[in-house]
Write a protein that binds this ligand. Structure first.
Ligand code: SAM
Length: 411
């Protein structure tokens, strides 16, 4: 069986997350969180827009979709073909009739050429005409600006419940046709972002999808202990809770942050009717090791303080970089004491783009925390997550002055 996964906005991040997730599911010694133990996967293809996996047993795609922060939609590959033969597509759609009606939407992810909107419209209309001639009841939804349907459009039209989305993955020498089975939930994101009692915009909230990605990069089992020692209002802990993690610890030096996280976690437990063992306490990161048994934590996942959001002059920046470097190094000393041997730290560093140039430009070095060698001399091993010179993954939004640099270290 082949499955497709459509990558989110930051491809490198989505790819790294999915590959880690797959490795974790498929590893022979890792108890599985879904499906049979030790399922083997073959990564058939990694491209700019999608990843194709092959496996001999069925994947629980709705579970996978809920776990993954960087995947927009996923589904099963139904057919491999060479051209857009209407008869082939009609046959697929005829097999998917729900309640006597054909209701479809087409999405195109092309690696070779831009698929113009008119082409999708003409193709959909022509399919409709063909079905009508056969006396069938048929309707379709069209994408808006892009050649593929957005999750919002799919949800609004209840396309997956009432009909089918066919996805055309266009490569140089072939076309894969897939059927979408699960999509990213906008509702859950919104719930976490806006409805929970506290979300401190001032402190720079980590996007919930990014929190999921960080958690997956840690590759920990649901019954292992996760610590966020800069928990803020608890986004990472909240996501880990929703993903099914059972032992969560959060700390922060701010009492206000602690009260907010506590309230948010109580709210999440009630809202989603789930239980987990959650411990939240106030502590500076330097002392957090005094509050926890040695070697008791499997993963530390954190977005520490990234500096003030207001950008000022050059001198101001050197001070910030120096102060943050100290904070991070002290944090790593503390982490060493609480983390199990082989445990992981998934952590965000700031990149000051306004100071050092754009993330894509060559001047980026000046705006990053210059502490990687120090961290390695403390005995940490850094995983190579990308081909850039620091081995990091970068998360940014257009116009952002402080970018996020993601690292995974193991003890
Ligand atoms: C960027 S926020 C974390 C946001 C959090 N990940 C969230 O999305 O809710 C950084 C947090 O680090 C905390 N902090 C800053 N310095 C600290 C230190 N030395 N020890 C512990 N916490 C600290 C701040 O109080 C703040 O809540």
């Amino acid at each position: 069986m082949q499955y497709f996964f459509i990558l989110g906005r930051i491809k490198e991040l989505s790819t790294a997350e999915l590959l880690k997730f797959v490795q974790f599911q498929g590893g022979p010694s890792t108890p599985r969180v879904s499906g049979p133990r030790g399922q083997s996967f073959e990564v058939k293809e990694i491209s700019e827009k999608f990843i194709i996996l092959e496996t001999d047993k069925k994947i629980d795609l709705s579970f996978w979709q809920k776990q993954l922060g960087g995947i927009v939609k996923c589904g099963e590959v139904i057919k491999e073909t060479q051209e857009f033969l209407e008869e082939e597509v009609k046959e697929i759609l005829l097999n998917k009739i729900k309640k006597g009606k054909i209701f479809f939407g087409l999405s195109f992810y092309s690696l070779t050429r831009k698929v113009p909107f008119n082409e999708i419209k003409d193709y959909s209309t022509s399919l409709k005409k063909g079905f009508k001639k056969q006396g069938l009841s048929v309707s379709f939804v069209l994408p808006k600006e892009k050649p593929f349907l957005s999750t919002a459009t799919i949800i609004k039209n209840k396309l997956l419940e009432k009909g089918v989305e066919l996805v055309f993955l266009i490569e140089k020498d072939k076309i894969l046709i897939g059927q979408t089975q699960a999509i990213q939930s906008i509702e859950e994101e919104a719930t976490l972002d806006f409805l929970r009692p506290h979300h401190e915009i001032k402190e720079g909230l980590i996007p919930p999808k990014l929190a999921k990605i960080l958690i997956n990069l840690a590759s920990v089992r649901k019954e292992e202990v996760i610590l966020d020692p800069f928990c803020g209002s608890g986004t990472i802990l909240g996501q880990a809770f929703l993903m099914g993690y059972q032992y969560l610890i959060g700390s922060d030096k701010s009492q206000k942050a602690i009260s907010q996280t506590k309230e948010n976690m109580v709210w999440l437990k009630e809202r989603f009717k789930r239980e987990a063992k959650i411990e939240i306490f106030q502590s500076d990161v330097k002392e957090v090791w005094q509050r926890l048994p040695p070697s008791s934590v499997s993963a530390i996942i954190a977005e520490p303080f990234l500096g003030p959001l207001q950008i000022q002059d050059r001198k101001f920046f050197s001070n910030i970089i120096e102060n943050l470097s100290d904070l991070y190094l002290q944090a790593f000393e503390s982490f060493k004491k609480v983390l199990k041997p082989g445990g992981r730290v998934v952590i965000i560093f700031p990149i000051f783009s306004a100071y050092g140039g754009s993330a894509k430009g060559g001047k980026i070095k000046t705006g990053v925390l210059p502490i990687l060698e120090k961290i390695s001399s403390l005995g940490w091993k850094k995983e190579k997550l990308s081909a850039n010179n620091r081995g990091s993954l970068i998360y940014s939004r257009p116009g952002q002055k402080v970018l996020r640099e993601i690292f995974v270290f193991s003890s």
